[in-house]
Design a protein around this ligand. Structure first.
Ligand code: NAD
Length: 306
């Protein structure tokens, strides 16, 4: 099986490539990545061929997708604040990029495409837990672009018979996640501050909650999806129904590091949802064998990696 991972030099992508490399039926892995937020360091040791360039380049998509058994489409500009800073660029990479990926999947008759959407599509819908049937209420250009990602996939399944599996990732964390930039996600930002002896910056009162998901759990679900060629008629939450406040996250990190950490509080950021927790009924029905990593164990691995 030849598998293509767009965004494979990124955080989630490189973990997926590593997990795919251990699958006996997978004999070729191609990464298509423009290295805008991904890095060569993430994939240096991995047995994959890198095509450097953008998913907006149809010829490069053709080169990557010919003969593929599955495309795992993760390439995107993956940040709410970045999309507020430059909405059009996020739209191009995330929405237009997905459209071009689906067109190339169609041209090459690729039998399956797995795609990354985001819990941010629930946005202003405050109901908990987040069931896939809830009305999407995106609060940022990023969330709109991710809603477009999954909607295009579902439309292509309906119009052209593509076999698609759009996942809504929640807050994924783990090794490979960049901490050293202004748009860093909360777990790498906290771990890096803690290890450097800086205060942990909380935007808001710290009582906001997230369904943190260790990247190893995400990678094993995606690998299982590729092996069994799983598809779904609608987007599927990929998280396990835990609800952790940032205050509790700080406590977990203190337990892992064995010391107290200093925290500062700043104004909440626009576009950020207050609470998040997945309903994972659909995920469990599609992937009954999956065993998620607990938060503490995932933090230990992340701290050791950093
Ligand atoms: P990441 O920034 O580490 O990975 C994204 C990768 O895509 C990078 O390697 C980047 O260089 C590449 N890329 C960006 N634009 C590209 C383009 N035009 N052409 C080719 N490559 C391009 O981020 P990540 O956290 O690994 O995110 C992976 C996917 O998961 C994204 O689609 C993101 O929206 C989605 N997602 C992530 C989370 C999370 O918690 N990390 C949550 C929800 C959804």
């Amino acid at each position: 099986m030849k598998i293509v991972v767009t965004g494979g030099a990124g955080f989630i992508g490189s973990n997926v490539v590593r997990a795919l490399a251990a699958v006996p039926e997978v004999d070729e892995i191609v990464i298509l990545d423009d290295l805008s937020t991904g890095s060569l360091d993430n994939i240096r040791e991995l047995p994959a061929r890198l095509l450097t360039g953008t998913i907006l380049d149809g010829a490069l998509l053709d080169e990557a997708f010919a003969g593929a058994a599955s495309v795992v489409h993760l390439a995107a500009i993956p940040s709410v604040p970045r999309s507020i800073h430059d909405p059009y660029r996020s739209h191009q990479a995330n929405a237009t990029g997905t459209l071009l990926v689906l067109e190339a999947v169609r041209r090459h008759g690729v039998p399956q495409v797995v795609l990354a959407s985001s819990s941010s599509v629930y946005g202003g819908n405050l109901a908990l837990p987040k069931r896939e049937t809830l009305r999407a209420m995106p609060l940022s250009p990023y969330a709109v672009s991710k809603l477009a990602t999954e909607a295009y996939a579902i439309a292509y399944a309906s119009c052209f018979g593509l076999s698609v599996l759009p996942f809504r990732f929640f807050n994924v964390f783990g090794p490979g996640q960049a901490a050293n930039h202004a748009y860093a996600a909360v777990v790498p930002a906290f771990v890096s501050a803690a290890l450097d002896g800086r205060p942990l910056r909380v935007f808001g009162d710290g009582r906001q909650t997230r369904d943190f998901t260790f990247v190893g759990s995400v990678a094993s679900v995606i690998v299982d999806a590729v092996r069994r060629r799983v598809s779904a008629p609608d987007a599927v939450n990929l998280a396990f129904g835990t609800r952790t406040s940032l205050g509790v996250l700080v406590g977990e990190l203190e337990a892992v590091l064995g010391r107290r950490l200093e925290v500062t509080y700043e104004a909440a950021r626009p576009g950020d949802a207050r609470d998040s927790q997945a309903d994972c009924t659909v995920l469990r029905s599609l992937f009954p064998g999956v065993r998620p990593y607990p938060l503490r164990a995932g933090l230990e691995v992340t701290v050791a990696w950093m």
